[in-house]
Write a protein that binds this ligand. Sequence first.
Ligand SMILES: [Zn+2]
Length: 244
Amino acid sequence: MLSSGEQNLIYTAFRAWPKELLNSSYAIGLDKEDHEYEGETTAYSSNILLYNSNLTAHPFLSISTIYHELAHQLHFQKLSKDLDSYLKSLYEASKKDGFNFAREYGLKNYKEDIATMWEAYTTKTMKLLTAARIKTSERPQEPFFISKVEVAAAVFLHVGQDGKLKTFIFEAEDNFVKKAQVDLGIYRLKPDGKLEFVQTIANRDPIVPYLKEYLINGEIVLLPVIPDDITTIPWEYFYFKPNG
Ligand SMILES: [Zn+2]
């Protein structure tokens, strides 16, 4: 049985995600017995089990665990075959060490690579983008990390009211999630010098180099355009207020 605090936290985490990415039939279970892992998702079904074995050290279920399990569900149920094989190839290309992984656990297999990367994206997008920028400059010949982040950003791709492609960026704390809408796209340089959006991340060719922040192997990848002053982003807040 979930406590009302745990229910609120799960509700907060879910509410910050676009509802079209969520499956209406998720079954959430929480198991307070001693488990080695914090969470578990049942592949190809709609079950997410969340364990919380140490209530003293972790008085509340963590939002990143919820997002990790949601990421598995999103991968299993919503990801196209093209993107799935693309992510598999990124995993294979990068698995020689942990450099191009959101955290070590992602090395386990490509599914955990995806889940840890999307968990990081939906928990702290800005932090992940900073890591991507640093890693890309350290190993420009192995742009796998940034390619994985691109796909994470593409998962939240949608058309905004101004007709432009947008994505969401997130910042989760212990008891709330902030979500903001930002521009996103891969751009192609047209002969007239103007930029044109390429609709999907999976459809990567031909992409003409265009100098911007992320120039990788002669290919520009335009990740979420974040204003320098983070406070200018109109964040939408999703709060969890622990009762008592
Ligand atoms: Zn996992």
